[in-house]
Design a binder for this molecule. Structure first.
Ligand SMILES: [Zn+2]
Ligand SMILES: [Zn+2]
Length: 343
């Protein structure tokens, strides 16, 4: 089968012919991929711009971690062939003390589908049955594949402690910024401003999702956003280290800055501002199991209302065009669709 793989540390991504995964063992499933989203992290890994060195020992490895599909072969009677599923990419070890103690969110030896084990930029992937959440029949797999980035958004909003009435600023209108805006609205935020730079296509998506406080940040930086009044929570979803310092003056006293971007360099931060204003700096990354369950409920409730986020549907073989559209910020989410010829 065809698979888009990272073969070595360094720039590049390769379309390889690889054997189809073996038949699933007990507790495993073979998933026929029906939709695989391209993520900002996939771009970082293709560019090899820093932050993903941890995947090197797993190479060669097939990328693709935002996945929906259908059970093709099953080692779990609860997931018969044909069942539509969304796949949780974080694979816990099942044997460490946390896993054994029923707290897999604290697993000390996890693997990531599409990072440190083979993912879904391919027609098939092998996954633990416990990583599959069942979808209702007929649900659009491309929208289901949005669950993963929306989980990142849901987690970020929980980390930020966003609550009813909050004034929220999201820096970065990409897929994660959009996910944060959606989940902040779900959490009851009163006003959600999203700032971007040369981002009209992705602002267009946000408008279709119902957001209207969209701010183009030109060369003057973030300072002019202060005119809108201080924010309770600011989310950094760009990965630009200088934004951290720029964002701090926009927070109210005791406000929270949540950092969600992957940064190529360290940031310089005016710590006295943090101390005197009693600001909270928090990092966020992947979601927990409970975030997956509640976010999938959100996705199923929203359904077609999330369709504007899926800006491109491309055949798997056109992955390079999808990467290019994402890199040019033309796309919110490019979803790759394997075809029979890829098998
Ligand atoms: Zn992702
Ligand atoms: Zn574990």
């Amino acid at each position: 089968m065809k698979a888009w793989r990272k073969r070595a540390p360094g720039p590049g991504l390769w379309c390889c012919d690889v054997p189809r995964p073996p038949a699933p063992g007990p507790g495993e499933v073979l998933v026929r991929v029906e939709a695989a989203g391209i993520c900002g992290s996939d771009l970082h890994i293709e560019d090899w711009s820093g932050g993903y060195e941890f995947i090197t020992p797993a190479m060669p490895v097939t990328l693709g971690h935002e996945l929906a599909g259908r059970i093709a072969e099953s080692g779990d009677p609860a997931l018969p062939p044909g069942t539509p599923v969304v796949v949780i990419p974080s694979v816990t070890c099942g044997i460490c003390a946390a896993c054994q103690g029923g707290d897999p969110d604290r697993c000390i030896d996890r693997r990531g589908i599409g990072m440190t084990r083979d993912g879904g930029f391919a027609p098939f992937l092998l996954a633990p049955a416990r990583n599959c959440l069942v979808l209702p029949p007929g649900f659009d797999p491309a929208i289901a594949a949005l669950t993963e980035p929306l989980v990142i958004g849901a987690r970020a909003v929980s980390v930020g402690g966003v609550g009813p009435g909050d004034r929220v600023l999201v820096l970065g209108p990409g897929a994660i910024g959009q996910a944060i805006a959606l989940m902040a609205r779900e959490a009851g935020a009163a006003a959600i401003t999203v700032a971007g730079r040369d981002d009209s296509p992705r602002f267009g998506v946000l408008r279709r999702l119902g957001f209207d406080r969209l701010r183009e940040v030109g060369d003057q930086g973030l300072a002019h956003l202060a005119a809108e009044g201080r924010f309770d929570v600011v989310f950094e979803a760009v990965g630009m280290p200088t934004l951290v310092a720029e964002a701090l003056p926009l927070l109210r006293r005791e406000g929270v800055l949540v950092i969600a971007g992957i940064h190529p360099r360290p940031a310089e931060i005016p710590l006295n501002t943090v101390v005197r204003e009693q600001l909270q700096l928090r990092g966020t990354n992947r979601g927990r199991l409970a975030d997956w369950r509640r976010t999938l409920d959100f996705v199923l409730r929203q359904g077609e209302a999330l369709a504007p986020m899926v800006t491109h549907r491309l055949p798997l073989r056109d992955a390079p065009a999808g990467f290019a559209a994402t890199r040019r910020r033309q796309a919110t989410k490019v979803v790759l669709l394997p075809e029979p010829g890829d098998e």
